[in-house]
Design a protein around this ligand. Sequence first.
Ligand SMILES: *Cc1c(COP(=O)(O)O)cnc(C)c1O
Length: 398
Amino acid sequence: MPKFNENFFDLKESYLFSEIAHRVNAYSEKNPNKKIIRLGIGDVTLPLGSKVISQLHEGIDALASAETFKGYGPEQGYDFLRLAIVDYYSRNNISINPCEVFVSDGAKSDTGNITDIFGRDNIVLIPDPVYPVYVDTNIMSGRNIIYIDANEENNFLPMPDDNVHSDIIYICSPNNPTGATYNRDQLKNWIDYALENNAIILYDSAYECFITDETLPRSIYAIEGAKKCAIEFCSLSKTAGFTGVRCGYTIIPEDLTFLSSSGIKISVNAMWNRRQTTKFNGVSYIVQKGAAAVFSPEGMAQCKSNIKYYQENAKIILNGLLKKNISCFGGVNSPYIWFKCPNNMDSWDFFDYLLDNAQIVGTPGAGFGKNGQKFFRITSFGTRDSTIEAMKRIDELI
Ligand SMILES: *Cc1c(COP(=O)(O)O)cnc(C)c1O
């Protein structure tokens, strides 16, 4: 009989989005005439820009003739895309090498798969509330997790505790679900802590393109010392609306080295390369053509215009909630508005209240961790009209 990975039994039932769907379906069956506005799931809604579309088409056409046909590509991504990413960083005054860039099918896979290169005996530091992938993938591999509280007191930006040692640190900034974003000094603190503890930071910058405040870092490598202690995960999902197309990239600096238990110098870049070449055969040529177009001036302008649309929505939501004296986080450098449920309500109770009385679907904070119990997430990824309508309903209700 096979022995299974029974760490899976330690996972909490992931019922967040299925429970939401269940409650929404039950409501709409009972109230077929009510128009429900969905501002729950973190998925984009605007179509891809024309530059990306034309390059995706070019990618397909290349496969139609023998001269330009592509079979397996490099597991790490085509040079044209790795160079486009390097160039994107250089525009933010960050210098990385093409061999430090690994193209993938998205940041969810990479933030999950990275656990492959770490031994079981690591102390893993994860903020709460957080994107559930970090927690669940570490539970699957049986690691010890220390949670650090992100709460109102620290503006949902927890700082390192010098008295607590850890080996692996997850940071997501701008954050999902809270929208909170670390400034340069705060990130420097985390880098100093990591260097002091010989720890590694796994930095998820999936929402960097939503940063409007020019003083905030869009990459951890904007801070000195990061190349010695941090891996950065990024994605075209929110930057370019690639949630369905699938493409992301992970940066592993060549300077990122540690000593093995027997004292041999380990290159994290080489380990990840070994992992990827073993288990991954690369992103399709078509998708990479489209992805490279994102970084062209025209492609980037089109992405920015979509992001601006969502940012306007975020402003509408934020202003509507602030008008009601609701305590809000995010919404400025992030597509998410994270707010305290009115009247000290629990997040699932508020979910029902909002659905029953205003037909609005959001995401209960409890689904992201215990510190989300009294909080709620609304996304700016809806249409302008539905966002305005939702805020009108909230204005009348609360
Ligand atoms: C949306 C999101 C991602 C992107 O995941 P993909 O697999 O690239 O679509 C990564 N991290 C966080 C925190 C996210 O919310």
